[in-house]
Design a protein around this ligand. Sequence first.
Ligand SMILES: C[S@@+](CC[C@H](N)C(=O)[O-])C[C@H]1O[C@@H](n2cnc3c(N)ncnc32)[C@H](O)[C@@H]1O
Length: 253
Amino acid sequence: MADHPTTEADLAAWYDVLNPWGPDNDFYLAPVLAADAVLDVGCGTGTLLHRAREAGHTGRLAGLDPSPAMLDRARRRADIEWFLADAGSANAPAVAGTGPGAGFDLVVMTGHAFQCLTADADVDAALAAIRAALRDGGRFAFETRNPLVRPWERWTPDRAVAVTRPDGRRARVAHRVELPVEGGLVRFTETFDGPGWRAPVVSRAALRFLDAAALDARLAAAGLAVEARYGDWDRRPFAPDSPEIITVARPLP
Ligand SMILES: C[S@@+](CC[C@H](N)C(=O)[O-])C[C@H]1O[C@@H](n2cnc3c(N)ncnc32)[C@H](O)[C@@H]1O
């Protein structure tokens, strides 16, 4: 049955259809194009870096992701460096380089990849590695959904979406949160189904929700200071009812 994803690669193939280019990508593309050396942590299928190269970026573009299936799709472009690794490896010599010229002018985590860091230790290791991978004057830009507006309460099966891949495959995709939500950790399922599918395919995931104060404490502990904070992709200031906590951080001296 063609319309039946059974592997991580099949699920990765649905990712770009479910996450088309949007205002979040536009937000990041401008600083990526302005930076000489860029690292995209949790780059997924590589959409942002692909677009940056297509738009004429001539400097260093590197993407890092621990998912072989996502990274395989990113590797469609060979003029970008791809690393199969997690965020804690952002400053590894193979990634950041060594000696004069090592490091990045900009590190980004987009598409809420930061929320995949579910344990405190993972958050701290990622921030420390990213801090160490920044050149003098470098910046770390990322976003996390605002827990104060409890977005997971809208991740319900009645809001399922119907999507079609470029190859014509169709799916209905529904989310269901596993209750209770505790400690800022949201566990949920993503179910793929639809006409012609043998059986639903269920993928499980967990995302961490840190509020702005907790985020700032972890950034500070890693030697990063908040330089700018927005609540949405139009750059409006962050407020308690904002959908996003978008942060641009710089290394503390
Ligand atoms: C929702 S996707 C976002 C992908 C891409 N940044 C985008 O905007 O489309 C989250 C990505 O984070 C990656 N990820 C999960 N755990 C990670 C970790 N510990 N370090 C770095 N990336 C991680 C996943 O493999 C996945 O590709």
